[in-house]
Design a protein around this ligand. Structure first.
Ligand SMILES: O=C[C@H](O)COP(=O)(O)O
Length: 249
């Protein structure tokens, strides 16, 4: 059984206007000049998905959305569907990010419904899970992460391409990261849960780590057992930093 290529995905969050597309162009140009083994994706704000897809057409960089609604369409002011993302040129979508779970009250079952929507539209979901600082300090990190996986991953994923991202909430944008041993402990538990849920297919699902990944720590983190890539926030906004992480994979 071959090991899937690592996936390095950049999540621009609510950052980026049209001028930021120059950073995406620079990433694609550098990868064209020096191809890498990793799969690379950029997930800009929804307003830039279509333009980024045009800018990066024909390059090896895939485009992702940062969220979608579960339904294909309807009276849902302000929301976008997976079908809309796909039509705009996205091939992936981040779902269940902690900023959506905390800021928009998304539950595991909401995330599972969105995952089903993504599969309906042919998008590859990147499903995020992770514990808060209080949960880690209470010794609940593994239970929270495996519980979120069980609740957020519908059975239909057994036949689909998808990725999981472990993002400790307290490590996001904080400059803090868990120790390598702590990352390994969670990724090994997540792997066991994926195998329990999906059998042999679960052994191949990339489990990304996210939370203050930067060029200086990427190589060590990406070498940890069962870490199959990275979901990168702040360091994906500048081409040089993002390339530093991509080249560490
Ligand atoms: O989706 C990305 C994560 O929330 C990580 O963000 P960060 O790299 O800025 O800590």
């Amino acid at each position: 059984m071959t090991t899937p290529r690592p996936l390095i995905a950049g999540n621009w969050k609510m950052n980026g206007l049209a001028a930021s597309l120059d950073e995406a162009r620079a990433v694609a140009a550098a990868l064209d000049a020096h191809p890498v083994g990793a799969r690379v994706a950029l997930c800009p704000p929804a307003t830039l998905v279509e333009r980024m897809a045009q800018v990066l057409a024909g390059t090896g960089v895939a485009i992702g959305g940062q969220d979608c609604r579960a339904e294909a369409g309807g009276a849902f002011t302000g929301d976008i569907s997976a079908e809309m993302l796909a039509e705009a040129g996205a091939s992936l979508v981040i779902l269940g990010h902690s900023e959506r779970r905390a800021g928009h009250g998304e539950t595991d079952s909401d995330v599972a419904a969105k995952v089903a929507g993504a599969l309906r539209a042919g998008l590859e979901p990147i499903v995020c899970v992770g514990e808060t600082l209080e949960q880690r300090q209470a010794g609940q990190a593994l239970a929270v992460v495996t519980g979120q996986l069980r609740g957020s991953l519908p059975a239909a994923l057994a036949d689909a391409d998808f990725a999981v991202a472990y993002e400790p909430v307290w490590a996001i944008g904080s400059g803090l990261t868990p120790s390598l041993a702590e990352i390994e402990e969670v990724h090994v538990a997540a792997r066991a849960t994926l195998v329990e849920l999906f059998g042999a297919a679960g052994a191949r699902v990339p489990i990304l780590y996210g939370g203050s990944v930067k060029p200086s720590n990427a190589r060590d983190i990406l070498a940890v057992k069962d870490v199959g890539g990275a979901l990168v926030g702040g360091a994906s906004l500048k081409a040089a930093d993002f390339l530093g992480i991509i080249n560490a994979a």
